[in-house]
Design a protein around this ligand. Structure first.
Ligand SMILES: C[S@@+](CC[C@H](N)C(=O)[O-])C[C@H]1O[C@@H](n2cnc3c(N)ncnc32)[C@H](O)[C@@H]1O
Length: 394
């Protein structure tokens, strides 16, 4: 549910309202009684206050807990850790003026400001600009169309909206604003444009930088050549930033996480051979960036098949998760094997084979007492399954 400019202004001047709402259950079942209770405190603004409290709860591991946001804006926002990682690499370019032309609630501007880079934010949605002003005090925010440049900066950051009417967008020209129009509106500037990870970036001449947090791929960011990283004497064209917060104290503090970067200037020399003791399913950012071989070479792993992203090794590299193999069987033998091993629950991973994990899980009728994992993959033309111990971390 969207917020209006007036609602944002009222909530910003009554911060105690959201604090009170945050102490309510805020579940689907409690919604009516939560609304009744907030109406006594803040009258007509109760719905908006509940909206902000619910949005904060949903974004607790993603965005600062004091921000004003709607659920949709929270869902669209860049995870703060990813925005800070981008801000740091932009700081290292030495360029001096930055603008986020689809700034929404101000996430990128806040991250830039955190690393000491003043930035302007603009958006076509007045309520979001009002939220950004509250969330990032001291920064400049303007109501402006990203397709009609109203100001200038060395680096333009943009994050076109990826959903329309709840539908996922698959074509760059369907993004809001459309990607080709955005690029032509700001031609001549250095660009950092966030996109859905699933789009086809094969034509992009700069760097396509994938980022994941705790195994979930969050974005692909397109950097023009002037912003692309240089490594080993070459321009990086594909990179993957793998951020792990699990077990760390503060999900908003990048320095309290483990950050690993892979790119296509790294060595990609790895073997293709039969499985060793472990199967490793590389992080989604590595896979989407096309850096599976680089990842394998960096960790002393090898491929099971040169076209499939499942890797193998005789030990788990530090910080990398994988599965210790119990046995390798044909797909038709999996059910019998799992029963013999007393399996009652299985994590199922599939690559290169047309198998739906939910469907096979039902077919296997697991009734045992042990948790196991099944990695279904293709080697050459043959589908095969590895029955494994549960996921472990090196
Ligand atoms: C995915 S959100 C951006 C999220 C932001 N990067 C963050 O981390 O919070 C996309 C934003 O683009 C804005 N937008 C859509 N079309 C626009 C246009 N033509 N000009 C400026 N902003 C636009 C939307 O209002 C929305 O706030």
């Amino acid at each position: 549910m969207a917020l209006t400019v007036d609602e944002v202004k009222e909530i910003a001047s009554h911060p105690q309202w959201v604090s009170v709402a945050e102490s309510l259950p805020l579940t689907k079942k409690s919604l009516i009684s939560d609304l009744d209770s907030m109406r006594q405190q803040c009258g007509e603004f109760a719905r908006a206050v509940i909206e902000v409290a619910v949005a904060r709860k949903s974004a607790a591991t993603k965005l600062p807990g004091t921000w004003i946001m709607s659920s949709e804006a929270a869902q669209q926002a860049t995870p703060y850790l990813v925005a800070v990682a981008r801000a740091r690499r932009l700081r290292d370019t030495g360029l001096s003026s930055f603008a986020d032309v689809t700034c929404s609630i101000g996430t990128e501007v806040a991250a830039l400001s955190d690393v000491g880079l003043p930035a302007i934010g603009s958006d076509i949605d007045a309520a979001r600009i009002e939220m950004a002003r509250h969330n990032v005090p001291g920064s400049r925010f303007l109501l402006a169309d990203a397709l009609a440049p109203a100001y200038d900066a060395d680096v333009i950051i943009a994050d076109p909206a990826r959903r329309a009417g709840g539908r996922r967008i698959a074509r760059p020209e369907d993004l809001l604003p459309p990607l080709p129009d955005l690029i032509s509106a700001w031609s001549g500037r250095q660009l950092a444009i966030k996109c859905a990870p699933g789009l086809d970036f094969s034509e992009w001449e700069g760097e396509v930088a994938l980022a994941s947090v705790d195994g979930a791929v969050k974005e692909a960011c397109l950097y023009t050549p002037g912003l692309a990283l240089q490594a080993r004497g070459r321009q990086v064209t594909r990179s993957a930033l793998v951020i792990e917060t699990v077990g760390k104290r503060d999900p908003l503090d990048l320095d309290a996480t483990t950050v690993t970067r892979y790119d296509d200037t790294m060595d990609d020399d790895c073997d293709v051979r039969a499985a060793g003791r472990y199967i490793v399913d590389p992080d989604g950012a590595v896979v989407r960036a096309g850096l599976v071989r680089h990842f394998a070479a960096a960790h002393g792993l090898w491929q099971l098949d040169e076209r499939i992203a499942h890797l193998s090794g005789d030990r788990l590299p530090e910080g990398v998760s994988g599965f210790e193999v119990i046995e390798q069987v044909g797909l038709k033998q999996v059910r019998k094997s799992l029963a013999a091993l007393d399996c009652g629950a299985a994590e199922i991973l599939v690559r290169g084979v047309d198998v739906n994990p939910d469907v096979v899980r039902k077919q296997w009728k697991l009734r045992g007492s042990k948790a196991l994992a099944v990695v279904i993959t293709r080697i050459g033309k043959t589908a095969t399954a590895f029955i494994c111990h549960p996921r472990a971390k090196g």
